[in-house]
Design a protein around this ligand. Structure first.
Ligand SMILES: Cc1cc2nc3c(=O)[nH]c(=O)nc-3n(C[C@H](O)[C@H](O)[C@H](O)COP(=O)(O)OP(=O)(O)OC[C@H]3O[C@@H](n4cnc5c(N)ncnc54)[C@H](O)[C@@H]3O)c2cc1C
Length: 468
């Protein structure tokens, strides 16, 4: 390696862009950081703003603060995030013709921060540092690194090749980097699987929804409309000018199978409407206001991987842990990956350690990233799966505890008890968002491991804070 540490990022989605931004900010914040150069390879001709609403919660918000991006993000959020315990999601039973009822409100610090994905991508894009060169229309086909050479060779579909010191696959659920890492016949890790759920996504102009259903709760709150095998989510984005709608339809027995048709396609709105016949008016209004053609997404996931790192190659974001969207956490987890990884890769200890073997030190840093991030992301992936089952009345619950605060509704006592048990379980599942260890603590742990592994006495090994 020359004096410059070359980091190649494959994929310019929220994960790859956040990593590039973070590497720029952190490498320039300390004169002792390695001299970093980032190359970002994106297969499309520009950064794509495809996607609709994104929710962010406490942990992701903290990472945004630590990266100094919170000010920009707050400007495009529907409401400026507030550290006090604020409105999160309102849960409502909706799979009946009679009006449903909000049976639970999940509050947490900062509440639910709702945004348009395009706004986040554009903030990240405008924060790309000068140390980052972006290469569009560059689709990675494969890579190879040999233990003998200290670099990794990248091969692109246009026939070109290049080399890098560190390769990070932030190339989404179909990651070519993950396929390469698990090319030894481990198909269950190389290829994603279907969750059994289809999501229908679209936006409604807020004015249109207000006219069709004055006071619709999805215009001002994050709403989850629950029912058997299906549920709907609606919340405001773009500073309240649009409502983001996602309708989920599940066949739980098909979880883990391969989805053969195109993963993303368009369907007629009548087709989707048929799925929600018999649901309450508040949900019908979302379908009445839908565009004629609706985006259909097969929700696929990556099985829990046994590793995120091999040598100086790592996976980040959906490439490592594509999950169901029921926690609204996929992008947030990519941001957390980027935060921890960027701090490790820019840490002054990498170049100042007595064993000045920078290649070995980089491998140690990547392994620590995996050690810290993999259990967190995998626990959240499992929680998101359970949340999906819970929202569609398919998660086996222990004996329901009577006494949870639930409004009375037309379904009477039995339903009240069931919804009480669901409310309690929602709280348990969502606690990770605001109960530690948080992103700061994860970093302290990573930093301590780095010091321990590099054999330095910085005071970190014994639990002290010290160092960068
Ligand atoms: C219905 C739905 C709702 C969601 N809601 C939320 C939410 O509310 N909150 C939340 O946090 N998350 C949510 N998510 C999840 C979130 O969208 C993803 O987790 C997140 O966008 C992943 O970001 P990423 O950068 O890892 O991957 P991606 O966004 O997939 O980006 C990967 C990038 O890599 C590029 N690429 C791919 N292959 C190659 C290659 N071989 N070479 C070069 N470039 C390549 C792609 O073009 C793309 O730009 C939702 C997802 C769905 C489906």
């Amino acid at each position: 390696m020359s004096d410059t540490l070359r980091i190649a990022i494959i994929g310019g989605g929220i994960g790859g862009l956040t990593l590039a931004v973070a590497l720029g900010k952190l490498s320039q914040s300390s004169p002792n950081s390695p001299n970093v150069k980032v190359d970002l390879y994106e297969s499309t001709p520009k950064f794509t703003t495809v996607g609709a609403g994104i929710s962010m919660y406490t942990r992701t918000w903290r990472a945004m603060q630590l990266l100094g991006l919170d000010g920009d993000v707050a400007k495009v959020a529907v409401q400026p995030p507030d550290e006090e315990e604020t409105e999160g999601t309102f849960y409502r039973k909706s799979d009946q013709l009679a009006d449903g009822y909000n049976f639970y409100e999940m509050k947490m610090p900062f509440g639910a921060i709702t945004l348009h994905r395009a706004d986040i991508v554009s903030i990240l894009h405008s924060n790309l540092p000068s140390i980052c060169t972006t290469h569009f229309n560059k689709k990675l086909s494969s890579y190879s690194s040999s233990p003998k050479s200290n670099f990794t060779e990248l091969r692109f579909t246009d026939g070109t090749t290049t080399t890098t010191d560190v390769l990070i696959g932030a190339d989404g659920i179909h990651s070519a980097v993950r396929s390469g890492m698990f090319s030894g016949g481990e198909k269950e890790f190389a290829e994603p699987v279907w969750s059994g759920t289809i999501a229908y996504r679209y936006l409604i102009p807020a004015k249109k929804l207000e006219e069709a259903f004055p006071g619709h709760q999805g215009l001002t709150k994050q709403m989850a409309y629950l029912g058997k095998n299906k549920h709907a989510v609606c919340y405001p984005i773009s500073q309240g000018t649009q409502a983001n709608v996602v309708l989920f339809v599940s066949q739980p027995h098909l979880e883990g199978t391969h989805y053969e048709p195109a993963w993303v396609s368009e369907v007629e709105k009548d087709f989707v409407g048929k799925e929600f016949v018999g649901w309450e008016k508040e949900v019908q209004a979302l379908l009445d206001c839908a565009p004629q053609r609706i985006m259909k997404w097969a929700i696929c996931v990556v099985n829990p991987l046994p590793k995120y790192v091999e040598g100086r190659v790592g996976l980040l974001g959906d490439a490592a842990h594509a999950m169901t969207p029921h926690f609204g956490a996929g992008a947030g987890q990519a941001v957390e990956d980027a935060y921890i990884l960027s701090r490790l890769l820019t840490h002054p200890l990498l170049s100042s350690a007595p064993s000045s073997d920078i290649h070995r030190n980089l491998e140690i840093a990547l392994k620590i990233y995996e050690t810290v991030r993999r259990p967190v992301a995998q626990a959240i992936t499992k929680g998101a799966r359970d949340a999906g089952l819970l929202y569609e009345f398919n998660l086996p619950l222990d004996v329901p505890e009577v006494g949870t605060e639930v409004q009375d509704g037309e379904d009477g006592g039995g339903m009240k008890v069931m919804l009480g048990a669901i409310a309690k379980k929602i709280y348990e599942l969502e606690e990770w968002q605001f109960k530690g260890p948080d992103v700061d603590e994860d970093w302290v742990r990573a930093k301590r491991m780095l010091a321990d592994h590099l054999g330095l006495d910085t005071g970190l090994g014994s639990g002290g804070e010290g160092g960068e």
